[in-house]
Design a protein around this ligand. Structure first.
Ligand code: SAH
Length: 357
């Protein structure tokens, strides 16, 4: 690393998108330009706090540094190319990436929050039976810069009185299958040199990639949501095939081994599928599985997919299911469908379909 710092004419990380870089990286760049290290924070402040889209805007940098940066680096800023607005205030952003791929993000205003649902991959390889994104297969991982562009695109769509309060990686993709870039994104989001967002306001949702889940919880303080959906391996193998690699007992063991404080913050997501996983026996098995963890359960109305025989459970069934969990002293909430009229609801994100319909 020191060797590179001496080569003033050969920048480290040449060609990089600055929105992908951490403070360490930018300090290296600044050193390779022969500048003092405090310039790194100055540049990152321009990008993440002031939303600069070009080096020219960074007027308090020496002109020589600005031209060096312009010559050797770029600042990526994919923009939302299409916004759909739901009658319930939910807004879905279609974001076009540089290579023409498209991803979706959703702004969900509720009474006292504005949640941004973010994507982490173009498509997904996890093949869950009930999910629209799964039908695309995996096109590619998103870069950190691309993940972050969802935040700037969303901020541009907010009303003057709105501010994003919560960030959830529950859009397209399996965030933990894009681990290094996800962790970099989280570092940029939560660092004081980056966006300064509190990690408590960020939730990463996973289908249950156990080794990466354990790493994430050791390496970052963000919240974790685990998509459970079934109480037997037989059913989970079918609904979320990754279960064949990390079966229920392995997944729940990993959660059980978390320190109690972390454990009590894990949310288990459970998509309610009529006649598939919504029986009283399912609810009782779920209690047995989750009770030792003190985790929370979030029951989700299934949002129907075209050409799928799966149907959502009725409200009465979902409420009866919730009552069983609550009677066992578990925290169980029901997630209402939002943005259904613009195909922005849970599991409906699938840019490929949107682009061709
Ligand atoms: N891959 C990650 C994050 C993306 S999916 C994960 O599996 O958690 C985010 C949430 O939406 C998951 O809980 C997922 O099970 C749920 N979901 C997917 N398709 C859905 C659908 N059609 N209706 C309701 N929820 C769905």
């Amino acid at each position: 690393m020191n060797a590179t710092r001496q080569h003033v004419s050969e920048p480290t990380l040449a060609g990089s998108d600055f929105r992908d870089l951490t403070l360490d990286d930018v300090e290296q760049v600044v050193a390779s330009a022969g500048e003092r290290s405090y310039r790194a924070r100055q540049i990152l402040h321009w990008i993440h706090a002031r939303g600069a889209e070009s080096f020219d805007e960074m007027r308090d940098l020496p002109a020589s540094l600005r031209s060096y940066l312009k010559l050797n680096f770029r600042i990526g800023h994919p923009v939302s190319s299409f916004v759909s607005r739901s009658s319930d205030g939910t807004r879905k952003l279609l974001i076009r990436l540089d290579d023409g791929e498209e991803i979706e993000s959703v702004i969900i205003p509720t009474e006292n929050r504005v949640t941004l649902c973010m994507s982490s991959q173009v498509g997904c390889a996890m093949a869950c039976e009930f999910c629209a994104t799964a039908r695309m297969g995996l096109h590619r991982n998103m870069t950190s810069s691309e993940m972050l562009s969802q935040i700037s695109a969303a901020r541009r769509e907010l009303n003057a009185s709105e501010e994003i309060t919560n960030y959830v990686f529950m859009g397209m993709g399996e965030p933990l299958a894009n681990y290094p870039r996800l962790v970099r994104t989280l570092a940029i989001m939560t660092s004081e040199w980056g966006m300064g967002i509190s990690p408590r306001r960020i939730t990463v949702s996973t289908v249950g990639l156990v080794p990466m889940m354990e790493r994430l919880l050791n390496e970052t303080p963000v919240n974790l949501a685990v998509s459970l959906h079934a109480t037997t391996n037989e059913l989970r193998d079918r609904l979320a095939p990754i279960n064949k690699r990390y079966p229920l007992e392995v997944l729940l063991d990993a959660c059980c081994n978390l320190p109690i404080k972390r454990r009590s913050r894990v949310t288990f997501e459970y998509v309610m599928l009529a006649g598939v996983n919504d029986s009283i026996a399912d609810a009782r098995r779920l209690v047995k599985l989750i009770a030792p963890l003190r985790g929370k359960v979030n029951l989700i109305f299934f949002n129907p997919l075209p050409d799928s025989p799966l149907q959502t459970s009725s409200r009465a069934v979902v409420e009866a299911f919730q009552a069983i969990l609550r009677n066992a002293n578990l925290t169980a909430t029901i997630r209402e469908s939002r943005g259904l009229d613009i195909a922005a609801a849970c599991g409906q994100l699938c840019a490929e379909q949107r682009a061709t319909d």
